[in-house]
Design a protein around this ligand. Structure first.
Ligand code: MSP
Length: 477
């Protein structure tokens, strides 16, 4: 069985910040989870480079744009590698294989008769790489980026998006889980029904970008090019075997800012080209940082590599997925991160591990795993697993931490040190056996969320005799 999961591909005009990393963490958890289940996973992420933002950023850095995007893409990839993400591909939209995929797909859409040339006159916001209607402006500015859009008047090629209105609505109706969560689905149903118009897919005056196959004077609109990355990474169009194996995607993970492109334009492009649609598109919420929008001008964007100097990355993964229900908006708070780190990781899981292993060492010297029976926490773990399947990561983690609380309570109730004084050997073995089994189950359940912790704990659970003192699982750097 295969599982194909994607993140958005990120613009290279800036360095990765904690918001970008959020989506990639969630995708990484799911990829690891599916691999552990035995699925053949393709997990893709990468960089969206053919944007005007790249051109502007390169100008600001006094660098040729090609050189600039190379450097930045490398920086993104290095960051993702340093954070330990397990993506199988890092796609760059300036790569020849991507250009081929884009050109091929657009030819298919052209053959279907879904592309036409027309005049375009209107406002364009480079910041979000999108047209903005006059009626959407707030104080003459684009409502999403708070910057002044440019007036554009040129000949553009258009994709007949509106032709797919009924087909899209029907698809949504027949596939109620296609777009999640419900809030994103409802927004899209409203947009498709009431607002969706044909979309311009080319820019006449742009030199940077993939050339439109039917007219090389035009660059392909960067969003059209970027969406096709999801096909490129499956080997489309040349590697037919790989493509047949992985396409359609099982889930596109995105932020709620880019649903229009993913949940209307992209499925319509696929319909036009006669290709199957992704099985699910999940749009998570946006978070602020200590109550403020992440923005360049405020300079509050957190560099994940800097944060990683203060906390093990497992702690950041844990905090983000535990504190913000996936799909909701939230806030990244340094205080909450520290609290969660101390309470749930160091004093919660970390403490339980050292207590249990030390007690086994002390009170059960001829420790024998084979005598241990399954524990009462299996139910919690099953529930946690069910929550991961539906991307409710906060609930899954809550269930795992319920299991930790159960184990703590068992220690408090049984007080193995008193059983030892009373010489109740069988009861000690029974209690410590249950606790050991609980650690094994908890260790398995936390694996996709806390991969480094999982590795350390696996070693500790295997080690016999234990080295004393046991190194704490969590230590601030
Ligand atoms: N290049 C496009 C996507 C093309 S996909 C075919 C793009 N790139 S982006 O660099 O702006 O990244 C946007 C994504 O970053 C969001 O959809 C979301 O996944 C993530 N986030 C950026 N800021 C975020 C927050 N403040 N909070 C949560 N996620 C954030 O759009």
């Amino acid at each position: 069985m295969k599982y194909f999961i994607t993140t958005p591909i990120y613009y290279v005009n800036d360095r990765p910040h904690i918001g970008h990393v959020y989506t990639t963490i969630a995708a990484d958890v799911l990829a690891r989870w599916q691999r552990a289940k035995g699925f053949d996973v393709l997990f893709s992420t990468g960089t969206d480079e053919n944007s005007q933002k790249s051109v502007e950023a390169a100008e600001a850095a006094s660098q040729p744009v090609g050189e600039y995007v190379n450097e930045m893409a490398q920086r993104w990839e290095e960051t993702f590698n340093k954070l330990g993400f397990t993506h199988d591909t890092f796609i760059r939209t300036t790569s020849p294989e991507h250009v081929k995929a884009v050109t091929t797909l657009l030819k298919k859409i052209q053959e279907k008769g879904d592309i036409y040339l027309d005049d375009y006159e209107g406002l364009y916001c480079t910041n979000i790489e999108s047209f903005v209607a006059e009626s959407e402006l707030v104080d003459d500015k684009c409502p999403d980026s708070n910057s002044k859009p440019k007036k554009i008047k040129e000949k553009n090629y258009f994709f007949k998006l509106s032709k797919y209105r009924d087909q899209l609505l029907k698809y949504y109706k027949n596939n109620p889980d296609f777009v999640q969560p419900e809030s994103a689905r409802n927004k899209m149903l409203d947009y498709i029904t009431n607002e969706m118009e044909d979309v311009s897919i080319s820019r006449q005056s742009q030199e940077w970008g993939i050339r439109l196959p039917q007219n090389k004077d035009h660059a392909i609109y960067v969003w059209i090019d970027a969406l096709i990355n999801y096909l490129t990474v499956t080997g489309y169009p040349d590697n037919k075997e790989k493509f047949a194996k992985y396409w359609p995607a099982d889930v596109h993970l995105i932020g709620k800012d880019i649903i229009k492109f993913h949940c209307a334009i992209w499925p319509a492009m696929l319909m036009s080209a006669g290709l199957p649609l992704p099985k699910k598109i999940f749009a998570h919420g946006f978070f602020t940082i200590d109550g403020q929008k992440i923005s360049k001008s405020l300079g509050n964007a957190i560099d994940p590599l800097e944060l990683q100097k203060e906390y093990p990355f497992d702690a950041i993964r844990y905090y983000l997925l535990r504190d913000i229900p996936f799909g909701n908006d939230g806030d990244f708070s340094h205080t909450r991160l520290l609290d969660r780190y101390n309470a749930d990781l160091a004093n919660g899981l970390g403490n339980l591990v050292s207590r249990v292993l030390n007690m086994i060492e002390q009170y059960w010297p001829d420790f024998d795993k084979s005598s241990i029976k399954p524990t009462a926490i299996e139910q919690n773990i099953d529930q946690a697993n069910a929550y991961v399947e539906v991307l409710q990561f906060d609930q899954a983690l809550t269930k795992i931490w319920d299991a930790i609380a159960w184990a703590d309570l068992l220690i408090e109730n049984k007080k193995p040190w008193e059983l030892a004084k009373e010489g109740k050997t069988e009861e000690i073995k029974n209690t410590l056996g249950q606790l050991y089994e609980a650690l094994v189950a908890i260790n398995k359940a936390v694996a996709p969320f806390l991969p480094d912790t999982h590795q350390k704990l696996t070693q500790l659970l295997k080690a016999r005799p234990l080295k004393k003192p046991i190194k704490p699982l969590f230590a601030r750097k």
